[in-house]
Design a protein around this ligand. Structure first.
Ligand code: FES
Length: 102
């Protein structure tokens, strides 16, 4: 059994402005990660950890999030996207197909 029910890695990588691949940081990744942490705590979701990650190599699709042990990748661009991932995936075990990365 895993130590965490869900271990969530949120890319917060920042590149110089104008880089051809862009980066998650320039797409509000830090604020979205902090929002996710705050909401998970406020909702009392246990055994779930949100960590910063370096580049997850899917920069063009970011902000990128990966949830283990499920190995599901998301692109979450808004707080509403984060709310949906929390309520659907974390609380009800249902993958958010519209936000899932291939
Ligand atoms: S900068 Fe976030 S995946 Fe590369």
């Amino acid at each position: 059994m895993s130590f965490f029910a869900h271990h969530i890695f949120c890319c917060s990588n920042r590149r110089e402005s104008g880089h051809t691949r862009g980066c998650c940081a320039e797409k509000n990744a830090d604020e979205l990660r902090d929002y996710m942490k705050t909401r998970i705590k406020a909702l009392g979701i246990e055994k779930t950890r949100v960590n910063n990650a370096g580049c997850l190599d899917r920069c063009e699709l970011g902000p990128c999030i990966v949830i283990y042990p499920d190995n599901i990748w998301y692109s979450a661009k808004t707080k509403s996207d984060i709310d949906e991932i929390i309520s659907s995936h974390l609380q009800n075990g249902k993958i958010v197909e519209r936000l899932k990365l291939p």
